[in-house]
Design a protein around this ligand. Structure first.
Ligand code: ITT
Length: 207
């Protein structure tokens, strides 16, 4: 049965990302669709409800999401669990990044709160983490984890990207990630780097 599912994926190059996050899905599509993959997400499967992220690490949560959806759809699934780590906050919000300070609190408010808290702090380092898991039901086929290092800027800048991008200052380009084009973000970001590894793996596996 598993082999039959794999064959379907080989022929169609269909990929399902176990995510409802529009920003993430857009980045997966930007990187995978030019190479002939058709990317589906949980937005195409509203019947799959909330998945509880009970893991203690990005990788654990990525595996929970990919394996849960793989079992429900009976096909290989890919997931992304990611977040922001702020050095002066001992790595918070980390795996809680999306719900931190309230699930429905606008990101502008969350970022301005951080800027206020770091006002007199010297250590403004932060990093993005992205864990990707590929699962065939309970079987973990592969995991990747990648990072992007930055500093928390003193003001919000830029309208591209999503989430914390307007205050994530990427020193090599002297811009926030929200000021970078999506092409540049996909080159340097935690997710872009993890998706590149995923692509190599998919090609090697002939998926
Ligand atoms: P799914 O579980 O449905 O994928 P989610 O948003 O809940 O959606 P996560 O639990 O992985 O996913 O949380 C990721 C959060 O980390 C995301 O909502 C942002 O707050 C932050 N984040 C991750 N990558 C980011 C990026 O590239 N730019 C800005 N913020 C990012």
């Amino acid at each position: 049965m598993t082999q039959v599912c794999s064959i379907i994926i080989v022929m169609n190059k269909d990929i399902i990302i176990a995510s409802k996050n529009i920003g993430k899905i857009k980045e997966f599509k930007e990187m995978l669709e030019p190479l002939g993959y058709t990317v589906f997400s949980l937005l195409d499967y509203p019947e799959i409800g909330e998945i509880e992220e009970t893991g203690k690490t990005f990788i654990e949560n990525a595996i929970i999401k990919a394996s849960t959806v793989s079992k429900k759809l009976n096909m290989i699934c890919i997931s992304d669990d990611s977040g922001l780590e702020i050095s002066a906050f001992d790595g918070a919000p980390g795996i809680y990044s999306s719900r931190w300070l309230g699930e429905y609190t606008p990101y502008d408010l969350k970022m301005n709160y951080v800027i206020y808290k770091l006002e007199n702090k010297e250590d403004r380092r932060c990093s993005y983490v992205c864990a990707i898991a590929v699962c065939d039901k309970d079987k973990v086929l592969m995991t990747f984890e990648e990072y992007c290092e930055g500093i928390v800027s003193r003001e919000l800048k830029g309208n591209n990207g999503f989430g914390y991008d307007p205050f994530f200052y990427y020193e090599p380009y002297q811009k926030t990630i929200a000021e970078l084009s999506s092409e540049v973000k996909n080159e340097i970001s935690h997710r872009g780097k993890a998706i590149k590894k995923l692509l190599e793996w998919l090609e090697n596996e002939n998926i």
